[in-house]
Design a protein around this ligand. Structure first.
Ligand SMILES: [Mn+2]
Length: 300
């Protein structure tokens, strides 16, 4: 049995398109708590962190204008996640746009650092999210968290002393849409990348086995930051930034099942669910299935 802390982050200030701020509501409405209770876990829902609505900003506000507000939300989230991990509970962070992971992953890393330990990171996403403010074409912060967790970019988005994760323990998986600056960063920052090309060539099982093994070398805990847009839009139409050619329904579950089998997972983000673009809440229902798989749900 796991003691699960649900933390909602209704944040859409990191993206251009509106709607992912409603993600935490949709995933709860799809039955997350009941699914986790049925698996025998204890669930404490902490509700949503306070996040300013986009409508309270000047109409001209966009991109980097939101960075200070996003940073404050991330600082709050980092503290919540740090406390959860410190207490040997299991934080499940419901987004919200992916910029929140600059806080959640940093919080988990702080809790492990206090034990003299460190964190491995699996970033499951169609996008690299590895821009810095200098390279980002849009200035949207949800395209930047990986770079900041590695210690690059704007210090206001750093919530650890030094990098939150080592590049050799960081894996980006399912990638199929990159900006030019991100391609350069992927080469120079030293992280591991498995694009959809690699998944197609090698098979997902092989890729995941290598990622889990290497991410946890000299790092005891594993964090998975799962962007719903890694799934193919056929199964996940309700995401912030859909890109064709993604993981199948079963492949998404296999990712989570293999991570659960590793026994190293200490918490996760499930982000970018956009109910406005969804069809009958099916993306949120898929999110519930994925989180349940990460917490031990099995076919047999
Ligand atoms: Mn993302």
């Amino acid at each position: 049995m796991t003691l699960v802390d649900l933390i909602g982050v209704p944040l859409d200030l990191g993206a251009s398109r509106r709607g992912v701020d409603m993600g935490p509501y949709a995933v709860r409405a799809a039955g997350l708590r009941d699914s986790l209770l049925a698996l025998g876990h204890e669930v404490l829902d902490h509700g949503n962190l306070p996040v300013a609505d986009r409508g309270t900003f000047p109409p001209s506000a966009h991109g980097a204008d939101f960075l200070p507000t996003i940073a404050a939300v991330c600082a709050d989230l980092a503290t919540r996640v740090e406390q959860s991990v410190q207490e040997r509970r299991f934080p499940v962070v419901l987004g919200g746009d992916h910029s929140l992971a600059a806080g959640s992953v940093a919080g988990a890393a702080r809790a492990l650092a206090a034990r003299g330990d460190s964190l491995g990171l699996l970033w499951i996403d169609a996008h690299g999210d590895i821009n810095t403010p200098e390279t980002s074409p849009s200035g949207n912060v949800h395209g930047m968290p990986v770079a900041h967790l590695l210690g690059h970019g704007d210090p206001r988005l750093h919530f650890t002393r030094g990098p939150a994760v080592r590049p050799e323990n960081t894996f980006l998986i399912g990638i199929r849409d990159l900006d030019p600056g991100e391609r350069a960063h992927l080469r120079t920052f030293g992280v591991h990348v498995f694009t959809m090309h690699d998944v197609d060539r090698r098979g997902l099982s092989d890729v995941m086995e290598e990622a889990i093994t290497l991410a946890t070398i000299n790092a005891s805990g594993l964090w998975v930051s799962y962007d719903a847009d890694v799934q193919d839009p056929v199964h996940a139409p309700g995401v912030g930034t859909p890109v064709a050619g993604g993981l199948s329904w079963r492949e998404g579950h296999l990712v989570m099942e293999m991570i659960a089998d590793s026994g190293r997972l200490i918490g996760l983000d499930l982000v970018e669910v956009n109910p406005i673009l969804d069809i009958g809440n099916r993306t949120a229902e898929l999110a519930v299935g994925l989180i349940s798989s990460a917490l031990g749900d099995r076919i047999l």
